[in-house]
Design a protein around this ligand. Structure first.
Ligand SMILES: Nc1ncnc2c1ncn2[C@@H]1O[C@H](COP(=O)(O)OP(=O)(O)OP(=O)(O)O)[C@@H](O)[C@H]1O
Ligand SMILES: [Mg+2]
Length: 257
């Protein structure tokens, strides 16, 4: 097993394999993800990064042709066990996508949506959750005067922070981010990177990125994937400065991918 560290891990995959129909997309992945740290997944297009993070909150359950073997433990419990509830897993392990995807509703309603579907109806409590989530997503100051305006009127960077606030509103423990900055300009990207750095004080963050500089800037640990395999994971410094595998070195020095 690739042992990331001596730190406390919150997610651990053991011999994880995944197929889409006949095609293998993940091969024998064993890794640990530490709590309250940022772990980056890097690797060339099609190597399985999105597939892997979608396994972490059972989003691949929604793909009919997808089959999984091995296990993923969250706090030591197999999330694919029969008694495990995917809705609860997705609350605890939230996800932010590549393109900001706010609902065509008000800013307030975007954030209140999750708590509401989990049964929260108290208006005062919802107001508090909305404010706290927007503050934690570094968006509150920009939107506090316009909470009832449509979320679609926000800039791309603001929309992405709104999606992060929406994820935070249901009090997750892990935040999965699949290329969260690839649709954003450098200023909006820098805001999200600062935010990621704050979020790790309270959450485990797993980020997929194509941007090597971003992985180096924001992450504590990095996993390099290639053709469905986890070639190497370790501290970000080790992976970028002293990769053990030639494939990793070739990738991070831009010799392919
Ligand atoms: N729903 C699906 N059905 C069939 N094959 C899929 C599906 N999703 C992904 N794949 C295949 O699985 C492999 C891994 O895809 P994945 O999207 O995980 O790669 P990725 O590393 O995230 O790539 P990118 O950097 O381009 O986003 C690819 O060969 C892809 O074509
Ligand atoms: Mg992807």
């Amino acid at each position: 097993m690739v042992n990331l560290m001596s730190e406390q891990s919150i997610i651990r995959t053991s011999n994880l394999n995944l197929w889409y129909g006949e095609k293998t997309a993940l091969k024998d992945i064993s890794m640990e993800v530490p709590d309250r740290r940022v772990t980056a997944l890097i690797g060339p297009s099609g190597c399985g990064k999105s597939t892997l993070i979608r396994c972490f909150n059972r989003m691949n359950d929604l793909v009919d042709i997808c089959r999984i073997t091995g296990r993923i433990d969250f706090h030591g419990n197999n999330i694919y066990a029969k008694e495990s509830d995917p809705v609860e897993i997705r609350r605890k392990i939230g996800m932010v996508f590549q393109k900001p995807n706010p609902f065509p509703k008000s800013i307030y309603e975007n954030v209140a949506y999750g708590p509401r579907i989990h049964g929260m109806n108290d208006k005062k409590r919802l107001d508090e959750i909305v404010e706290k989530s927007l503050r934690n997503a570094a968006l509150w100051e920009e939107v506090k005067e316009r909470l009832q305006d449509s979320a679609m009127g926000l800039s791309g960077g603001q929309q992405q922070r709104l999606c992060i606030a929406r994820t935070l509103a249901v009090e997750p423990e892990v935040i999965l981010m699949d290329e969260p900055c690839s649709a954003l300009d450098p200023i909006a990207t820098s805001k999200i990177e600062t935010l990621i750095n704050d979020l790790k004080k309270q959450y485990c963050v797993i980020i997929v990125t194509h941007n090597m500089q971003q992985a180096a800037r924001v992450s504590d640990y990095t996993g390099f994937m290639y053709l469905g395999e986890m070639i190497e994971c370790g501290t970000t410094t080790q992976i970028f400065e002293h990769p053990k595998e030639e494939l990793t070195e070739n990738y991070i020095t831009g010799r392919f991918g």
